[in-house]
Design a protein around this ligand. Structure first.
Ligand code: FAD
Length: 420
């Protein structure tokens, strides 16, 4: 059984920043992540290969640090006892002991059901981006990128770079809100530079605000999507091979909940509660990055630094980061306001539209229930391999349900991992 003074879960920007800050104390630090390479969602493919200098410099420092150990392709499943985590790799299982724990488990996409969303060719927006970064061939394919949030632009830029033809970007947020957001970027010049870079990369691509995909169509596989332009305006059909569609992000809070950390509702998201030091309601357990609320890479980095410094008693340098955190939290609030989901999105699914894809449960079966728990017991919604990670985010929007307590293990586990 390995012991770490500080164990960080998640090797995205927040986890890397936390490990770097904690490692400066000389204590023994471990970083656990379930992907083959460090970097999380934004630096997928390895931090050393990113144009963002912050990724490269964190990687160089951590790779050479004798007191820091990376445990990649390792998933945390449950806590057998306080101060211990049970983890699983493709071939084995282990129990890790820790003094302090930093949760930097990131976020996932919110997918919403609409007629045709289960057709082959319909994917999450970040999902298709991840596939493309991993080598999935998209050369010459016609792709509609839809949903909400700035991630759509990053996705479209990646797919275009990989040779896809971007038919259009469909953004549900109203045009007035988008214009206010663009003006507000003046407070964060680095974001203006990023927006201008993306605009240049996507200059020939139609960017349709105040619009959303009503339905997807095709004979066995996707051929077209029907787009609603504004309220009460005409429908438009776009021919395409892929629809990459995601409605913002949902914090991954399941591990924190399973460890007893308090969570709170923050608008449409459930977030882990953390104090000034990024410490959760459980002493010695910290949380940083998207788990405390979706805010982007800059907020993830500063929260990670504060968590790593606080967990190792470096109080003064931690305090010096508070101003930056406040700045990026304001930006996160603007994001949440601008890209709040419009109510029409909750009305698209028909009675025969599947909502829980693991267990084939339709909207017609679910809409008569009053709570997540009741629907789960009566229909098996959320009881398949994804354990509600996909349909849970959809039922929050469709019916206002909050998934209840998380059971250990938080992901499907091998029998020998549990009984060893
Ligand atoms: C699909 C997707 C694509 C995105 N693409 C972009 C983009 O192109 N540009 C952009 O600006 N922003 C993008 N974002 C937003 C981006 O995630 C954040 O801005 C930032 O990366 C958050 O950093 P983080 O460290 O909090 O989380 P993440 O980067 O999400 O890192 C969390 C890490 O923890 C791991 N993890 C979670 N649970 C466990 C567990 N139980 N055991 C082991 N490991 C675990 C995850 O696999 C992941 O590697 C994307 C988000 C998503 C969901």
């Amino acid at each position: 059984m390995n012991h770490y003074n500080v164990l960080v879960i998640g090797a995205g920007p927040a986890g890397l920043a936390a490990a770097h800050a904690a490692g400066a104390s000389g204590l023994k630090v471990g970083i656990v992540d379930d992907n083959p390479l460090a970097g999380g969602q934004i630096w997928r493919g390895g931090p050393e290969r990113q144009a963002d200098r912050r990724a490269q410099s964190l990687w160089n420092a951590l790779r050479d640090a004798p007191n820091v150990t990376f445990l990649q392709q390792t998933r945390v499943l449950y806590s057998p006892e306080p101060g211990q985590l049970r983890v699983q790799t493709a071939a084995a299982a282990d129990t890790l002991r820790f003094g302090h724990l930093i949760l930097a488990t990131g976020a996932r996409e919110r997918l919403l059901p609409f007629p045709g969303w289960t057709l082959p060719g319909v994917t999450g927006a970040g999902g298709l981006q991840a596939l493309a970064k991993g080598g999935y061939p998209l050369q010459g394919k016609r792709v509609v990128v839809a949903g909400s949030g700035p991630l759509l632009l990053a996705v479209a830029a990646t797919l275009k770079l990989k040779g896809a033809h971007i038919v259009a970007i469909i953004e549900q947020a109203p045009t007035a809100a988008m214009a206010r957001f663009a003006l507000g970027l003046l407070a964060t010049p680095s974001k203006i530079a990023q927006a201008l870079r993306l605009a240049a990369q996507l200059k020939d691509v139609p960017y349709l605000h105040d619009s959303y995909v009503r339905s997807a169509h095709g004979d066995g596989t996707l051929q077209s999507v029907m787009v609603q332009r504004g309220k009460g305006r005409e429908l438009e059909t776009l021919q395409c091979d892929y629809l990459a569609c995601g409605y913002g992000l949902i914090p991954n809070v399941e591990l924190a909940q399973a460890l007893g950390c308090a969570t709170a509702s923050d608008g449409a998201q459930t977030v882990v509660e953390a104090d000034h030091w990024q410490q959760t309601s459980v002493p010695g357990i910290y949380c940083a990055g998207e788990g405390t609320g979706v805010g982007g890479v800059d907020l993830a980095l500063v929260e990670g630094r504060i968590a790593g410094l606080s967990a190792t008693g470096q109080i003064v340098p931690a305090q010096a980061e508070f101003g930056q955190r406040t700045r990026w939290k304001k930006f996160a609030d603007k994001l949440a306001r601008t890209f709040a989901l419009r109510p029409e999105l909750a009305t698209l699914a028909g009675d025969d539209t599947i909502v829980c894809r693991c267990e084939d449960v339709s909207h017609g079966e679910l809409r008569t229930h009053t709570t997540w728990r009741c629907a789960k017991l009566q229909t098996r919604c959320g009881m398949g391999p994804c354990q509600g990670r996909i349909c849970g985010g959809a039922t929050e929007v469709l019916y206002g349900w909050r998934p209840d307590a998380v059971r250990m293990p938080i992901s499907p586990a091998r029998i020998d991992t549990i009984i060893a």
